[in-house]
Design a protein around this ligand. Structure first.
Ligand SMILES: Cc1cc2nc3c(=O)[nH]c(=O)nc-3n(C[C@H](O)[C@H](O)[C@H](O)COP(=O)(O)OP(=O)(O)OC[C@H]3O[C@@H](n4cnc5c(N)ncnc54)[C@H](O)[C@@H]3O)c2cc1C
Length: 420
């Protein structure tokens, strides 16, 4: 069979791409090493615009299932509330999201196997599996994730390291009275912490800690053995904010580097999407948004490509030139770099910028809390009339965006006053 598109890798990017392309009427084949995506420590929340994009693609319900979104998050630092933000947070294990996305991609043909070689050309593509099978397709959609460089290098596509050991992420379960989404920022620059977020997944409370330490840093190693002690050594006022807590079960840790595939232009017959194209820093939570932008861009172009013979490099180039995709890629890199600098920069300039950032957010938080007559509680929930309203459905969400607009206006005013 010659498929219209053959998707290599069914992680979140590949599985969602297959779902979108098959719904657009394409004959899609998916190949992945695993029949079911195994437990993996990756993204564990779908937040705000990510959920909105999935809703727009008609895929959100299928992925989140019965999971109830938390409508807000309370942010705190130095034991005090900074502010509350309103957007949907769905807590889900990565493998749950991926396996749900795979179920949405039916009626694609799913093949379990390891891709060993890809041979591309301006007319047709051949994908060789390790067990000897050969699959023919018009377009290869390469979504084999961040560690798939060898397969690409045989095509002349190299992955460039943009920021090695950029950040480090820890994941663990906690026992706490908190039931909302709670974010706690690092208290001292020297510790190189960004933030801890605590959120529900099912009936458990899960925590992700994002920091900028090297994986071999002694503190990072000590975290695996005595996580609570290590956490309180860098966030001494955390218990004042979150209340008493215990870390339970195994601590997972993932180092993150940022890489991008180069020489993708000029390649006929293959598009590279998701982390295989550009990996992201988990601390800024742009990985899923970026892979969704890739899928939307692909969906905008692919039907036209298939409408005429061949799959030459000029067609493929339209994907990498897609303005919306380029904007999201550039933003993901920019925000990863600036966030790291904001949390770790030690010069006077950075200290002043950090102080301005913190006090601006706190001042704004106090003003908005007074206007909304709400009380973000340190356990991650929010009390007050607005909060009760925000728990209802769509029209109220529109009101939440109204509040976000008001917040931006007040923030602009405070920034002007600060500069003044
Ligand atoms: C710890 C951590 C936390 C994160 N948190 C967030 C977050 O909060 N928000 C956010 O937006 N992003 C987050 N991210 C980033 C996000 O998880 C990734 O951007 C996303 O998972 C990338 O998905 P993908 O489909 O591109 O790759 P993957 O999910 O890695 O999928 C690759 C697939 O390809 C398959 N494969 C590989 N090689 C082959 C082969 N030769 N043959 C066949 N199949 C193959 C694999 O089996 C796998 O199924 C986080 C990442 C990490 C590491």
């Amino acid at each position: 069979m010659v498929s219209d598109a053959l998707v290599i890798g069914a992680g979140l990017g590949g599985a969602l791409a297959a779902a979108v392309l098959s719904r657009a009427g394409l004959k899609v084949v998916v190949v992945d090493r695993h029949a079911a995506y195994p437990p993996d420590f990756r993204a564990e929340q779908l937040v705000g615009s990510q959920a909105d994009t999935l809703r727009h693609l008609g895929l959100l319900e299928g992925i989140v299932g019965q999971t109830t979104p938390m409508p807000s998050a309370t942010a705190a630092c130095h034991g005090k509330v900074i502010d509350a933000t309103y957007c949907d947070h769905y807590g889900l294990r990565y493998e749950e999201m991926v396996n749900a996305a795979r179920a949405l991609s039916a009626p694609t043909t799913f093949i379990t196997g390891r891709v060993a070689q890809i041979v591309t050309g301006a007319e047709a593509q051949k994908v060789h599996l390790a067990d000897g099978r050969v699959l023919d397709t018009r377009l290869v959609v390469f979504a084999a994730g961040p560690n798939s460089g060898d397969l690409l290098s045989s095509l002349g596509i190299e992955r460039t390291m943009l920021s090695e050991h950029h950040s480090l992420t820890f994941g663990f379960d906690v026992e706490t009275a908190s039931r909302g989404v709670f974010v706690y920022y690092g208290e001292r620059t020297a510790d190189q912490m960004d933030y801890l977020t605590v959120f529900p997944i099912g009936n458990r409370m899960r925590a992700n800690l994002f920091c900028y330490l090297h994986p071999n840093d002694p503190w990072a190693r000590s975290f695996k053995h005595s996580p609570k002690q290590a956490l309180l050594s860098v966030m001494p006022s955390l218990e004042r904010a979150l209340g008493p807590f215990e870390v339970v079960g195994k601590v997972q840790v993932r180092p993150n580097s940022i890489q991008r595939a180069e020489n993708v232009r000029g390649q006929a017959g293959i598009v590279v999407i998701g982390d295989a194209y550009q990996s992201s820093c988990p601390a800024v939570g742009t990985g899923i948004g970026r892979l969704l932008a890739d899928i939307e861009a692909l969906n905008r172009h692919v039907s036209l490509w298939l409408a005429t013979p061949g799959m030459d490099a000029d067609k493929i180039e339209q994907f990498y030139d897609d303005p919306a995709k380029r904007k999201v890629d550039a933003h993901a890199l920019r925000i990863a770099k600036s966030r790291r600098a904001l949390c770790t920069g030690t010069g006077w300039g950075w200290q002043a910028y950090r102080a301005q950032h913190y006090y601006r957010r706190r001042t704004l938080g106090v003003i908005l809390r007074a206007i909304r007559r709400e009380r973000p509680r340190l356990d991650g929930t929010i009390a007050g009339p607005q909060h009760l309203q925000l728990r209802a459905d769509a029209p109220i969400r529109a009101r939440a965006s109204g509040w976000e607009a008001a917040k931006r206006a007040v923030m602009a005013a405070i920034t002007l006053l600060t500069i003044g």
